[in-house]
Design a protein around this ligand. Sequence first.
Ligand code: GMT
Length: 381
Amino acid sequence: MKIGIVCYPTYGGSGVVATELGKALAEKGHNVHFVAYSQPARLSSFHENINYHEVSFANYPLFAFPPYEAALTSKLVDVVRYHRLNILHVHYAIPHATAAFLAKQILLQHGTYIPVVTTLHGTDITLVGKDPTFQPVVEYSINMSDGVTAVSESLRQQTYDTFAIHRPIEVIPNFIDFRDFQKFNKDHFKKALAPNGERILMHTSNFRKVKRIEDVVQVFALVHQKIPAKLLLVGDGPERIKAEQLCRDLDLCDDIRFLGKQDAIGELLAIADLFLMPSEAESFGLAALEAMACEVPVVSSNAGGIPEVNIHAQTGYLSNVGDVEDMARHAISILNNDEVLAQFRKNALEQAQQFDINRILPLYEQYYETVIAQNIHKNNV
Ligand code: GMT
């Protein structure tokens, strides 16, 4: 198949999923065309089946807001026509599903019907999408897609609860590539960061408000009172300053490291003993799955789709959003005992294997084939 993938190029979950999906499809022999406003973060190496088309345009002084949707739409029309794509798969509804819909209408004038699959990732529904600023456009664009997927059952339900959607939404969960995420031997690294055998707690995210970074620090502070421990904070974003201030206020700077944005997350997770995800909302929690693939148990909130990934009292624990005492109690119960930790590590790996990319990729391929077959008669109208 010739597949167009539209995504955000940043370190955010939707861009990561889209890029890893495209790379895996290319490895299986499909011809993949990425369309984004800059090179996706995880698209660094060359592959003969991967093409990248950048949406770029010179801004005009009249535009207080550069019309990105228009530029993206034009790029999609061009790429679909001249590379004869079979399907467009857009990740994150805003504005990708809308631009894809418009491109579809324009292409119809040229006798081409391009089927569009929209994958909903989370904040495009739960936070930004339901805001009245975008709500009617998001709802319409989802309904006009030829196929819609959501990354968890929870997100599918929230989409139906939030919008008037009159088409089926298929749940295709996020996935993990065990070549990048496994318990690599990085003992030398562990010794450098925790020289006295301290337990290592870790959090990775884009440090947005929804991630509740201050809860991460609060949970660590409570664990630290009972167990020698270090906290590694990976990533960067708007809430980092507040978290840094909290570390200073709690006098924990010697035991908390801010590592900033990192590429080799799998290698860092390999030295972690526990992953913290106290998020306010999370459609899936890809970062938790990445941790579990590296045999790291997860102490998290019970928001959104997290319980579909992190199984309570088995791969980690779930607490109500904001209940840092409960999270700390759970963390201590795992970290206090080597045997308990070993069992949680094993369970985490087993659960992560359910989301192996080799299991999930065929679901996308089958879905594309179904959507293409349902719309084939619309071509050359
Ligand atoms: O977490 C973010 O803020 C990034 C966001 C995105 O759209 O890039 O992540 C969402 O998509 C990920 C991949 O499907 C999910 O694993 C995250 O749970 C989801 N984030 C939220 O729902 C807050």
